[in-house]
Design a protein around this ligand. Structure first.
Ligand SMILES: N[C@@H](CCC(=O)N[C@@H](CS)C(=O)NCC(=O)O)C(=O)O
Length: 251
């Protein structure tokens, strides 16, 4: 899409949706290179990852969503991205981006200046990249599949002897955190940003029993205490979760 097309698309929803702009402190040089990032968002959804990343990096962004109206937020996304109505949908200047992990990598590669990614030749790099992809490729897909199967049958939380695929993925993540403080190894990285959504989903929806994952519980406390995460909550989820799916019933 040409820049003018992007501007028109952004203006189309601007009147109806609140726009939040982060207040980063930036040098004049950095500001000159700053991209125009517009994040199409719905409260409590994966678009929070992009907001959180921008808050961590101090990159300005415009946030489009209808407060308290998730269906309305998705209708706005449909209007600018009819082929793939999905949160997040992001304009990076004139480029229309989807897939949260890819969006994070584009922003990190172009504007991260090496932050939130371990050096490529370090041992941590492989851990970081593994969990950047594990978050959606395995954990989210397995946990959501467990949830959907349960909803389509008895609606009960899986608590049998045999681990579900989602529970196996949660255990794999917990085992990693027994040996490393962060998913990317020794430091907080974008992999931690990717992992929060599927882990919170597994626990909130009762797909997995949090008592079984003590390292995840400790990591969640640390990661959610980050000032950038708290700023993201205040901006992108000001009234808490809106229209969350129902949790599975506990035995
Ligand atoms: N793998 C994609 C998944 C995106 C996704 O499925 N997002 C959900 C919200 S968390 C969505 O847009 N669902 C469509 C809907 O609810 O209508 C990503 O990481 O961006």
């Amino acid at each position: 899409m040409k820049p003018i097309g992007y501007l028109l698309a952004a203006l189309a929803v601007a009147a109806a949706t609140p726009a939040c702009t982060s207040p980063p402190e930036q040098s004049a040089q950095a500001a000159a290179e700053t991209p125009k990032i517009v994040i199409y968002h719905a409260e409590g959804r994966r678009s929070e990852r992009v907001v959180w990343l921008c808050e961590e990096l101090g990159i300005p962004y415009e946030l489009k969503f209808r407060r308290g109206d998730v269906a309305g937020s998705f209708a706005d996304i449909q209007a600018i991205n009819p082929g793939m109505r999905v949160a997040p949908t992001v304009f990076y200047n004139a480029e229309l981006l989807v897939e949260s992990g890819a969006i994070l990598e584009v922003i990190l590669d172009r504007n991260g200046g090496g932050r939130l990614v371990p050096p490529v030749n370090s041992a941590d790099y492989g851990l970081h990249l593994k969990f950047m992809h594990f978050a959606e490729g395995t954990l989210a897909s397995d946990v959501i599949a467990d949830y959907r199967v349960a909803r389509a049958t008895d609606g009960k939380a899986p608590r049998g002897e045999t681990e579900t695929d989602g529970q196996r993925a949660m255990r794999f993540a917990d085992d990693h955190l027994a040996k490393h403080p962060w998913f990317g190894g020794s430091e907080f990285t974008a992999a931690d940003i990717m992992m929060v959504f599927p882990i919170s989903y597994a626990i909130r929806m009762n797909v997995a029993d949090p008592a079984k994952y003590p390292h995840i519980a400790e990591w969640q406390t640390r990661v959610e205490a980050r000032p950038a995460f708290q700023r993201m909550l205040a901006i992108a989820r000001p009234d808490g979760r809106v229209a969350p799916p129902p949790s599975l019933t506990l035995p």
